[in-house]
Each structure stands twice: as C-alpha cells, then as structure tokens.
Write a protein that binds this ligand. Structure first.
Ligand code: ADP
Ligand code: ZN
Length: 437
C-alpha cells in the first residue's frame, strides 16, 4: 500500500523525539493552565507553581485529574487562559451525559486543530481531487466546523450539507460527484436504508470513503456499512474537551486509531482504582491537550473505554494506536444485577444479516425486576407476511443475546425504517427505570 502523510516529520517522529516534544509542550500547557482561575488553585495545591515544576513526563502524574464536573463548575470562564479579546471561537460538547461544557479557541488554536484534522483526512488517502460532503451537525458541535476546516486544508471541495434530509444529501452527492462523506455510523446506516427506499442507484454515486465517528460502533457495523455502500469506512474519534475531531483516527490499515501524541498525551487508567492500567490492558482514556492555549485541560477523564494496541503499525507512523472505543464507563447498564454494555448488544445483532440498520435498547421495571427489550429493524428481504421465519429469527436473536450477555431479553422485530432516527448522535438506549420517559 502507498501511504501518504500530511506531516511526515511529526507522523513518523521517533518515540524519543516525540516524548521530548511532549515534555516541552506539557510545560508550556502547564504555563497556560496556571493563568486560569481553576488550575491556578488546583495546580498550586498540588505543589506545581510554575512550568519548571514539570521536569520529566513522569511529573504528569503529580497533576490531579480533571473531570466533567470540574468543567461545569468552571463555567463560563474558569478554564480560560488568554484575554477574552484573543478568543476567536467557542464550541460546546453535545451534552450527551448532562450540561454541556464550553471550550475556547484562539486563532492559533484553530489552526493547530485544523492541521490535525487535515492529517487524519489525508492519511486515509484523500487528496484535493476529492469532493467531501460533511453530513454532520454544524453549530456548537465540533464535528461540523472541525471536519469542514480540515477538509478545506487538504484542499478538497467541501460541501457543508450538515446532517439529516437524505433526499437532499443524495441530490448533492449526484450533482457534485461526492467521493467522501463524514457522518455518524447510525446516519450512514440510515442513508443506506433510504437509498433502497428512494431507489437511488449505487452507480449514480461516486462515493469511495466515509469517516464515521462521534458515537461508538462495532466492527460488524463498520463492515456492514462498507459492504452495503461499497466504500471504505474509517473510524474517527474526538471530543470537544480535546478540540473535537482529530484526536485519534484510523490510517489506511484500518486497524486501531492513531492517537496524535504530538498534540495529546494519552493515559489509560483503571476507572475504579484510578491507577495506571497495566501494559496492554484496557481501561478509561485520560487525555491532556498539548496544542491549545486558550483552554488548557490537563488529565481529562474521558470515561471512554479503550486501550493501547501493541506493536507498530505497518503505515510507519510512530503514534500509538487505540482499540475501537467500546463506549463510556457511564454507558453501562445494570440489569437485574448484571453489567451490560450497549456495545455488547450491538455486536451480536449487527453481525446478523437479517437484522436491519437500526435498533433500540429499552430497559424498564417489571415489578421488582428489570426488563430488557431489544427492538431491531429487519431487512426488507427478511420482512415477510409469513410470520414463521420472523419468529425463528426472533428466537435466534434472543438466544444469541442471552448467550452473550447472560440476560434473557425480549426481542421485537420492526419493519425497516420504522424505528426513530436521530440526526446527531443516535439515542440507542432508553432506560425507563430512573424516571418516567
Ligand atoms: P458529549 O460528550 O456531550 O457526547 P462530544 O461531542 O464532545 O460531546 O462527544 C465526544 C464523545 O463522543 C467521546 O467522549 C466519545 O464518548 C464519543 N465518541 C466520539 N467519537 C467516537 C468513536 N469513534 N467511537 C466511540 N465513541 C466516540
Ligand atoms: Zn497506521
């Protein structure tokens, strides 16, 4: 394979040099942090009074973790380290798990962020000859403007289509010969269902690649999108606290996401003990941003579950790879005392070819017990008037799920296109136990 690098110097930087660069940037970032009200107090208490307190990368361990709650308490300006006049933009997290948090950018911050996104895009083989349709929410969500700027930086023709409205998306793809799209994996699956429904022929489209991220999805879901749409799908990971997209991305090997260690320091911790995870072990990802002056965030607990993949990548990049993120530690459902991650359910159902492109997980109280219901769509080919094969499929799903999660779920089959689709991140789990929803 011919690999192309946006910034070969940094992407292939020997580890020792990369670590020296990280140390320098960490010192600088601690300097920025000491100018924010929040870290002024937090770092001083930890005995870090100036950047020189950071002698080696190991000194990172002296810095306390920062959590989402801290960011909320610091709202609106507790994490701002430059004069308000030097801020050119703000973004906010989508608020999947509560009140949104705000991140500020200087002009240089935007430029640095953009070059990381460009690096990701270019690393999948895109060039300025590509036409890029950014089918994701614009606005406060970082996925829109982040990818938009990265795409322009690569020199692609960028179509800011935003999310939703599949009919219009198809028109744009056909009119301008879109070759690359960016969307959530759930929206890509929806696009494929709609293509069938609206009779859009695959050969009327020039699509080659998709960047899919912003929410967890399984390897089977990736394969499904790749096969149904006949494209290459690359996993894209980011979060607004760390700028947004461009934190970790798959290269053309599509085996793990390179975490850009010249822009971020990554640690994996055991979320219960908060101790570093053992080499190769999975746990919670903790990130420190090294490429942002306006809102420095140190040792941020992402809640995202992953780990470092061992060994080098054939592409020659020296930046370590993360395993596909399986979800957040706070996604875990406890059903009748058993721990279940939505990703376990997705893995089972998306591997079945009769299962359609959308599903919902519902948990409710049934007397003193919890009841799990998995609702999945069925492909149009499998949805027949004869109920016998459907009953057999239902039984097969129930049985396979039970074997995987040890809970006996109720399974409901729905016609393709009948379960609700969200334009942004998919709402897969409906937990009706906590409150009446
Ligand atoms: P919010 O935290 O409110 O959802 P963000 O828009 O910042 O706001 O979303 C970032 C989060 O989205 C990540 O922390 C992670 O949980 C999830 N995410 C983003 N990309 C991926 C991906 N490729 N795989 C799994 N999860 C992802
Ligand atoms: Zn690689």
């Amino acid at each position: 394979m011919d690999f192309q690098y946006w910034n070969e110097h940094f992407e292939k930087m020997p580890r020792r040099e990369l670590e020296a660069w990280q140390l320098e940037r960490l010192r600088e970032t601690v300097g920025h942090a000491l100018r924010t009200p929040f870290y002024q107090k937090r770092l001083t208490e930890a005995g870090i009074k100036n950047p020189a307190s950071i002698q080696t990368l190991a000194d990172l361990q002296r810095i306390p973790f920062t959590g989402k709650q801290d960011l909320r308490e610091g709202f609106p300006y507790g994490f701002l380290s430059i004069p308000r006049e030097a801020v050119v933009r703000l973004h906010a997290s989508s608020g999947t798990t509560g009140i949104p948090t705000t991140i500020y950018f200087s002009r240089d911050d935007i430029n640095r962020w953009t070059s990381f996104v460009a690096r990701c895009i270019y690393g999948t083989g895109c060039t300025k000859a590509d036409v890029f349709q950014n089918m994701i929410t614009y606005g406060l969500f970082t996925g829109g403007l982040g990818f938009h700027a990265g795409g322009e930086e690569v020199g692609m023709l960028v179509i800011p289509s935003g999310a939703g409205n599949t009919t219009r998306q198809f028109r744009l793809m056909q009119d301008f010969g879109t070759t690359v799209v960016h969307a959530t994996p759930s929206f890509l699956l929806h696009v494929e269902s709609k293509m069938k429904e609206e009779g859009v022929r695959r050969d009327s489209l020039a699509l080659k690649r998709a960047f899919a991220g912003a929410e967890p999805y399984s390897e089977d879901t990736r394969r499904r999108i790749e096969e149904l749409l006949a494209i290459d799908v690359y996993n894209s990971y980011g979060l607004s606290e760390m700028n947004g997209p461009g934190v970790a991305f798959e290269c053309q090997c599509k085996n793990g996401l390179h975490l850009w260690e010249d822009g971020y320091i990554a640690e994996i911790i055991n979320p219960d003990t908060l101790e570093p995870a053992a080499e190769g072990e999975r746990g919670e990802l903790v990130l420190t941003v090294l490429c942002r002056e306006a809102t420095p965030i140190l040792r941020y607990r992402t809640r995202d579950l992953t780990g470092f993949m061992p060994g080098p990548c054939p592409c020659g990049r020296t930046h370590r790879r993360l395993y596909r993120i399986t979800g957040r530690s706070d996604d875990m459902l406890i059903i009748n005392g058993v721990n279940v991650f939505p990703s376990q359910i997705e893995e089972v159902i998306m591997a079945m070819k009769e299962v359609g492109n959308n599903y919902v997980i519902e948990v409710e109280k049934d007397g003193v017990l919890d009841r799990l219901t998995v609702k999945t769509e069925v492909t149009p080919e499998s949805f027949m008037d004869d109920t016998r094969p459907l009953n057999a499929l239902k039984e097969k799903i129930r049985h396979t799920l039970q074997a995987s999660i040890t809970i006996n779920p109720r399974v409901e089959l729905h016609e393709s296109g009948s379960l609700p689709v969200s334009e942004g991140k998919a709402q897969r789990v409906l937990d009706k136990r906590a409150k009446d929803v």
